[in-house]
Design a protein around this ligand. Structure first.
Ligand code: SF4
Length: 197
């Protein structure tokens, strides 16, 4: 096993230790960025639009992400399987927080093992997930740094990242939870992305 594949295997194992999660390596070039998906943040306007440093218009958007992608060869797609009912309940923020925690952990670990440019992206808005009790995002208010630097990561939505196609590129068909058994169990999924090298 090469040093690179050993490192990637270790990162995947780290994600799997979270239990409900899995990860797969994909070429960075297969990550699809769609301007129309990013547009969904403001048309119709999301309640989190403009409320944190991790959401539009305070992120570089599709054009910035396309530029960033050119500097990477490999990425890790991260998936959490979750009951669909949890995403429609008060549990949703805890599930999304776990996704942020996982990708932030992968990013940190990747940096430690020799990939200093690792960058993580999650789903969901950090303002709602981590700072719902605060009136303002501390970064946007100019009153300090992020309250959750070890956890909160930018939302993929604001960059127009096509998550369904990311799932397919990872070898998880977009409808892989659409099987009769999965439907019976009412399962769904959420996803994140870590650019590695
Ligand atoms: S301070 Fe809160 S809302 Fe602002 S970027 Fe950090 S986690 Fe997000």
């Amino acid at each position: 096993m090469t040093k690179m594949s050993a490192a990637l295997t270790a990162l995947i194992a780290r994600v799997r230790r979270w239990g409900a999660a899995d990860a797969a390596v994909v070429p960075a070039a297969v990550v699809v960025v769609d301007d129309d998906l990013a547009r969904c943040c403001w048309a119709p306007r999301c309640e989190n639009y403009g409320r944190s440093a991790g959401c539009p218009p305070h992120v570089s958007g599709p054009s910035g992400f396309r530029r960033l992608l050119k500097d990477y060869r490999l990425a890790l797609a991260v998936r959490i399987d979750v009951p669909a009912s949890a995403l429609l309940s008060s549990e949703r923020d805890a599930v999304m927080a776990m996704l942020h925690d996982i990708v932030a952990d992968v990013e940190r670990t990747a940096v430690e093992i020799g990939f200093p440019g690792a960058r993580a992206f999650a789903g969901g808005a950090c303002k709602r997930i981590f700072c719902g009790a605060h009136t303002e995002c501390r970064v946007l208010s100019g009153k300090g740094t992020c309250r959750n630097p070890d956890r909160a990561r930018p939302s993929m939505s604001g960059f127009g990242i096509d998550v369904s196609r990311l799932m397919q590129a990872a070898g998880w068909p977009g409808d892989y939870l659409g099987s009769p058994k999965a439907t019976e169990d009412g399962m769904s999924w959420i996803a994140g992305l870590v650019l590695i090298v």
